[in-house]
Structure formats: structure tokens, C-alpha cells
Design a protein around this ligand. Structure first.
Ligand code: PLP
Length: 386
């Protein structure tokens, strides 16, 4: 039985998979079972943010695995303390809750926002506004938060207390911001929704209206965070820091970790016994996270991401069949004039290039460590495919 047959028989068929068996990776490349290599413009949906088996990251992770893999959050550990302190320092947040995924980080943020409001204003002020076309995760609660009807099927009843605002429509925001709302949740660049950045004026309006009424702003930076857009948080480029920011995907370089960061005013909301996670803040994941963090904040690294992103975007815009290039930094959406995104992804794979899609766009989330030479290599393939 082939690997594909085995997996299809024993793993639930929740994913449509490309017909390739990935066996190993190094830097910006991965290799399949037959030994063929691919340049990877997707980095495992933005998770392996330093590429595959980055030297500093591998060393940190192996060393921690050989020291201790995990203990519970009933005890103190140095690597969790070091990572938390550094992450808060870099982002300007007061504290953090560690979990294992983006959905869990958002669950934590939603719980925090509801309790923050309950503690101050009592029952009934529990509604969370999110945006149409958003994506916040696959748990029942984060599916409710996700503003796309296609996700609101089969699994009834969903979690109550969510409503959806049309992105960039300030009037719609105003109409829905009533006194039952405790938080507004946004992605600065909607990822799964098609790699669309929000307009500055709309983001400004959210902050202005929420601050005035003590409504929390939650930034879901699961995809945009940790350097992906060229700054550590995408919010920096909009000139705002949310009350709560969630991170996951690239945070630990390909190990499962999520983080929910809280600002001073809501840092004490989730208190003893009000939330938890058995694996949250896992030691090996924290060691991986520290290695990523130290790399991303090293002098010149984020500037290099910005430079490479500008170069990448400029090159993409010149390719045939490209209508426009969207997103921010190394979070790139490509709107096509002729071919479908799925068609491009499939043909690119055959030609030795891995890309992602988001709605009708080709989506690229290359490793932050990619070089201009590797960008050229991938673009040469993409040009042929297009
Ligand atoms: C991927 C993603 C999530 C979900 O993360 P998981 O780790 O799959 O639970 C949530 N929000 C955004 C913006 C994402 O891109």
C-alpha cells in the first residue's frame, strides 16, 4: 500500500491533499518520497517561518527535548518564563496565555473579552463583532466568530453572541456597535478570506469607537504576526496596539503553539482557574518560539523581510496573468486574470513549486528567511505556470 492509500484509508478525509508525499525539508526546500525537491512558497501555511530545520531552531528544540519535553503548568519552568517575558517585551503587552493553536488563542481572547465585560458591567454585554469574510478557527466558538456562511453549517447549535460587520464599512460598524458588544475582533489582513488588508480609516474607526466605550479590540494576528508582514505585529503598520492580540502559525517555527497577549487593562481578567491548557506553553515549543523570536528581532531581520517583500511583489506584478498583488510583507495574494488559483497551485506543484490558495487567489507565505535568489527561482516556475 502506498503512503497516500494508507493515509487516505486511516485519516479522516477533512483535507483535499496535493498528490505528493513530503518526506523532508531543508531551508526553503522540501523533498518528496521519490527524492524530488520543491521550493516552498507556503512554508506549511506560514508555520515553518524560518524554513525547514533552521540551524538555531533545531539546536534549541533538540536541546530542550533532551532536557525535558514537558511538565504541567502546575510548576514554573525557565524556558516558558524566558519566552513569555521576551514575547511581552517585544510586543509591549503585559502578559500572555499559552495554548496550542490559533483557534485556541482566539477562544482565549473571546473568553477574556466576555469576562472583562462581565467583571465590569455584569450580564448581557457579551457580543463579539467580527468581520464578514474573516477566519478565526475551527472550534465551535471560533467557527461562530468566523464571518463566512459556508462555515455555519452542520454543527448546530453554534455559540451565540456574534455578529458580523462588513469590512471597511464604518456605517455598518456604527450600526452594530450597540451596548451588548464587549469586543471587536479583526484580522489586519484577512488571510483565508483572500489576503485583503483592511483600510486604515476603518481600523482607525474601530479603535476610536471601541476606546470610547471600553469595548476591547482583539487583533487576530495568527497569520499576520511574528514578522510575516514585515513588522513584528501587523498592527504596528496601522499605528495601533489591540487590547488583546492572538498569535500562532509561525510563532514556534513549525511546532504547535498559540499565544493570547493581553494589555495592562485586561491582564488580570483571566485569573486562577478561569482558563487552562494541559499542553499550553510546552517546553519544546517555548524553546522553538524563543529561537524564532531571537532570529526575527535580530538587528536587520525585519528590514530584510520588508526589502524582500517589496522585491517579491514588484516581480510578481510583472508576470503574465497577474491582475493584482495584495496583502502585506511576505503575506502575498495574487489575483489572476485567466487561470484559476487551484489550477495554478496544481501545475506549480508539477513544476516543483509549492503555493497556497485563498478563495480565488494564489496565496504565498514563504519562509521569512527566503533569499532573493530563491524568490527568483520560484518566480521562474510561476512565470512558466502562468
Ligand atoms: C490559521 C488561522 C486561524 C486558526 O489557526 P489554527 O492553528 O488552525 O487553529 C485563526 N485565525 C487566523 C487569522 C488564521 O490564519
Amino acid at each position: 500500500m502506498t503512503t497516500q492509500e494508507k493515509l487516505d484509508r486511516s485519516v479522516m478525509g477533512t483535507y483535499g491533499r496535493f498528490p505528493v508525499v513530503i518526506a523532508s525539508g531543508a531551508g526553503e526546500f522540501c523533498t518528496d518520497e521519490s527524492g524530488r525537491t520543491y521550493i516552498d512558497f507556503g512554508s506549511g501555511i506560514g508555520t515553518s517561518s524560518l524554513g525547514y530545520c533552521n540551524e538555531a531552531w533545531t539546536r534549541a528544540v533538540c536541546q530542550q527535548a533532551q532536557t525535558m519535553q514537558h511538565t504541567s503548568n502546575l510548576y514554573y519552568t525557565k524556558v516558558q518564563a524566558d519566552f513569555a517575558e521576551k514575547l511581552c517585551g517585544v510586543t509591549g503587552y503585559a502578559n500572555v496565555f499559552f495554548c496550542n493553536s490559533g483557534a485556541e488563542a482566539n477562544e482565549c481572547a473571546i473568553k477574556l473579552a466576555r469576562k472583562y465585560s462581565f467583571d465590569r458591567y455584569g450580564k448581557g454585554r457579551h457580543k463579539i463583532l467580527t468581520l464578514h469574510n474573516s477566519f478565526h478557527g475551527r472550534t465551535l466558538c471560533t467557527l461562530s466568530a468566523t464571518g463566512q456562511d459556508v462555515f455555519h453549517n452542520y454543527f448546530f447549535p453554534f455559540v451565540e453572541g456574534f455578529d458580523y460587520v462588513e469590512a471597511n464599512q464604518i456605517a455598518d460598524l456604527e450600526a452594530k456597535l450597540d451596548d451588548t458588544v464587549c469586543a471587536v475582533m479583526l484580522e489586519y489582513v484577512q488571510g483565508e478570506g483572500g489576503v485583503n488588508a483592511l483600510e486604515q480609516s476603518f481600523v482607525d474607526a474601530i479603535y476610536e469607537k471601541c476606546v470610547a466605550r471600553d469595548i476591547l479590540v482583539i487583533a487576530d494576528e495568527v497569520q499576520t504576526g511574528v514578522g510575516r508582514t514585515g513588522t513584528f505585529l501587523a498592527g504596528e503598520q496601522f499605528g495601533h496596539r489591540a487590547d488583546v492580540t492572538t498569535l500562532a502559525k509561525g510563532i514556534a517555527g513549525g511546532l504547535p503553539m498559540g499565544a493570547c497577549l493581553a494589555s495592562e487593562k485586561c491582564a488580570k481578567t483571566l485569573d486562577r482557574g478561569s482558563h487552562g491548557s494541559t499542553f499550553g506553553g510546552n517546553l519544546v515549543c517555548c524553546a522553538g518560539g524563543l529561537a524564532v523570536l531571537e532570529t526575527v528581532i535580530a538587528p536587520g531581520f525585519l528590514e530584510s523581510v520588508q526589502r524582500k517583500a517589496a522585491y517579491f511583489r514588484e516581480r510578481l506584478a510583472t508576470l503574465p496573468g497577474v491582475a493584482s498583488v495584495s496583502g502585506m510583507g511576505l503575506m502575498i495574494g495574487i489575483a489572476l486574470t485567466e487561470k484559476s488559483a487551484a489550477e495554478v497551485a496544481n501545475t506549480a506543484l508539477e513544476q516543483g513549486l509549492l503555493v497556497l490558495t485563498a478563495k480565488d487567489k494564489v496565496r504565498l507565505l514563504p519562509p521569512l528567511t527566503i533569499t532573493e535568489e530563491e524568490i527568483e527561482q520560484g518566480i521562474a516556475i510561476l512565470e512558466k505556470v502562468l
